[in-house]
Design a protein around this ligand. Structure first.
Ligand code: PRX
Length: 645
């Protein structure tokens, strides 16, 4: 396999260089992990009060970082920079889908955040309250996040593609009293009716006192008196001065829901001090951020990638973050490249699914634009197949940009395994090595490291600063899902291989979680949605390898007697799932079946169904990554352990 060494030009200017810098970090982190993070925390961030201890591990797995310290994410993202000449640099360069543009300097963003903080304060919201943010990708979304962070209000961003049902579940689980939304958002030229979805959800959410509505599409909506207010009305005459609260390092910053192996989404809880530290360091080590950089992460703020690497990470290190509202192919397949060209983006971060879509569109689209400003590329969300990697490297990166293939999860909060671009020799498709201070490893069923060339489960041995602290309202599930499979180790849920050179290759999930276009979907959540339909007796959902989206949702369905397995019914069921959870979950296929394969204890054997869908039609080199024989074997092992069957 070809190794891609960092070029001399890149390596010479890199934040971390091979030899002294990098080796020292790795060895410091190994010999004294707490001292390592402590030293960086002191130089990297502002603390109103220093910690009494770096790590409290007395209540495993409920770790605490920077115990006793006081800090504030919004202060570290904004106020700190506004005390220097950074205040006049652009913090956000925003482009709407229809071509409208806005630029906010750090000073302007600070003022906007303080004004909105005052609005929230005036309505009685305080540290510890919960706010749901269900918004399009407009600058007001980061403004609302940072205003919540400023006051200690715990925010939960709900991806704007979720349905009113999914929104309702999250509002109720979090017992939120505030919802911030917009009259609508633009997507592929059409209005996404966000306020309407909020209205539907709130029929069953009596705990919500306020709905603040940002005016984006000027669509016709209804405003409920006493509950709903326009963002601009509330801001009129409000002063742009609101000091940041001095919050405990362990104060929850946000809860982000993600799919697990049951029908109920998990509320991943992230706190403040450790999260901001590790996210900052990823910006420096992985994205090699320099003061003059223009940085664009083309994810959605509704997912964890957007939290850590569109909003918090870039602002923490004072760079310029590009935010684009709409679809990558609107109005044409060259939209992304026109943005790279217009804003002279230097560092660009996207998903393998997006890259595969661009490959399909054809090379002429990137070819229409000047992409020479790019110096570093990133990938996240799913394994990247080597041919997509090569295309990204040569067509987008002009052969000169290293690619950082970053492995992490909603739970880890920040990047865990990734090349360090001025140091690591790259192998297309491998996330390479854990970052300094991160003890990720590949182990066998007993938790022993696999030998070079071996495959097994991905785990993390020691606590890391940006780790999630619990599941909202469900500490037992936190212990059970992540900390009970391998005593003392964090169980990731992914299969991985360690090659002869120690490079890590993440293969895919070993549990009943799918990864479709880099989004996590739960088989159980989809199944329970399907069986709620009046025509469905039983359903089993599996992921089938898909050349574009990595995996696609295939649902095996047994209809209730009297319902014919027709194409119409299949179409109805696909729509039902889209309407109940969100369009991005719509099954690609419904396959009707009289019965589903089961174990003696009555558990559906998804492993067999997975084999059925994978052996019948697999194209492209995706098979080399989605090594299903490994995943099926590991998944079977786990099933047997759990089932005793
Ligand atoms: O299976 C891994 C895959 O995505 C999962 C995490 O999903 P989520 O929490 O939604 O976060 C996605 C963005 C951080 C992981 O358990 N995954 C993520 N990044 C990679 C990956 N698989 C292979 N390579 C990656 N770079």
């Amino acid at each position: 396999m070809d190794l891609y060494q960092p070029s001399k030009e890149f390596a010479e200017r890199a934040n971390l260089r091979a030899g002294a810098d990098y080796e020292a970090l790795i060895s410091d982190a190994r010999s004294d992990p707490e001292g390592f993070w402590e030293q960086i925390a002191e130089s990297e961030l502002h603390w109103f009060r220093k910690w009494d201890s770096v790590l409290d591990d007395s209540e495993h797995p409920f770790y605490k970082w920077f115990v006793g310290a006081r800090t504030n994410m919004s202060f570290n993202c904004l106020d700190r920079h506004c005390q220097t000449e950074r205040r006049d640099r652009p913090a956000i360069l925003w482009e709407g889908e229809r071509g409208d543009r806005r630029e906010l300097t750090y000073q302007q963003l600070l003022e906007a955040v303080q004004r909105f903080s005052n609005v929230l304060k005036a309505r009685g919201y305080r540290a510890g309250d919960r706010a749901i943010l269900y918004m399009p990708m407009v600058p007001e979304l980061p403004v609302a996040m940072l205003a919540c962070a400023r006051l200690g209000i715990i925010h939960s961003v709900v991806f704007a593609g979720f349905s009113s049902e999914a929104l309702k579940t999250r509002i109720l689980d979090l017992d939120a009293s505030l919802v911030v939304t917009a009259d609508g958002g633009w997507r592929r030229g059409k209005v996404v009716p966000l306020k309407q979805a909020v209205d539907e959800a709130l029929d069953d959410c009596p705990g919500v006192r306020d709905v603040i509505v940002y005016r984006r599409t000027r669509s016709e909506i209804t405003m409920q008196q006493g509950r709903d207010s326009w963002w601009d009305d509330l801001e009129a005459g409000v002063p742009a001065d609101c000091p940041a609260e001095e919050l405990d390092s362990e104060h929850p910053l946000y809860v982000l829901y993600t799919s697990g192996t049951t029908g109920k989404p998990k509320g991943i809880v992230h706190t403040t001090g450790g999260y901001q530290l590790q996210v900052s360091m990823a910006m420096r080590w992985v994205f090699d951020i320099k003061d003059e950089d223009i940085y664009w992460c083309a994810a959605d703020i509704g997912w964890v990638t957007g939290h850590s690497y569109i909003v918090y990470g870039p602002l923490l290190v004072g760079t310029t973050t590009v935010i684009y509202e709409g679809a990558p192919d609107y109005p044409g397949p060259d939209r992304f490249w026109s943005l790279v060209d217009r804003y002279k983006v230097n560092v660009f971060y996207t998903s393998p699914t997006a890259i595969r879509a661009f490959i399909r569109f054809g090379d002429e689209y990137p070819g229409r634009h000047d992409l020479s400003s790019l110096r570093l590329l990133g990938s996240v969300g799913e394994p990247i197949n080597p041919s997509a990697w090569e295309w990204y490297h040569s067509v987008i990166g002009g052969g000169r940009c290293p690619i950082v293939d970053t492995w992490w999860q909603t739970e880890t909060g920040s990047i865990m395994i990734s090349p360090v671009p001025g140091v690591t020799a790259l192998k297309p498709g491998s996330g390479t090595f854990p970052l300094p201070g991160i003890s990720a490893d590949v182990v066998d069923g007993e938790g022993r490291p696999v030998k070079p060339g071996g495959e097994g489960y991905l785990v993390v041995r020691k606590p890391w600063p940006s780790m999630f602290r619990t599941l909202w309202g469900d500490p037992e599930r936190f212990i059970e899902t992540y900390w009970s499979q391998m005593p003392g180790l964090y169980f990731v849920g992914d299969a991985a291989r360690k090659d002869e050179d120690g490079y890590i290759w993440v293969l895919g999930r070993v549990d009943d979680v799918m990864n479709v276009s880099g989004h996590r979907l739960s088989t159980a959540e989809l199944e329970s949605t399907l069986v709620r339909h009046t025509a469905v007796a039983e359903a089993a959902v599996v992921g089938m390898p898909d050349e574009l989206t990595g995996q696609a949702v295939i649902a095996f369905v047994t209809p209730i007697r009297g319902n014919d397995p027709t194409d119409e019914l299949a179409a109805e069921l696909r729509d039902w799932v889209a309407q109940q959870i969100g369009k991005f979950c719509r099954p690609k296929q419904i396959r009707f079946s009289d019965a589903l394969p089961k174990t003696r204890s009555g558990k559906i054997m998804r492993r067999l169904l997975r084999e059925i869908v994978t052996t019948s039609r697999v194209t492209g080199d995706i098979t080399t990554l989605e090594d299903l024989s490994v995943i099926n074997r590991l998944a079977a092992q786990q099933d047997e352990e759990r089932d005793g069957d």
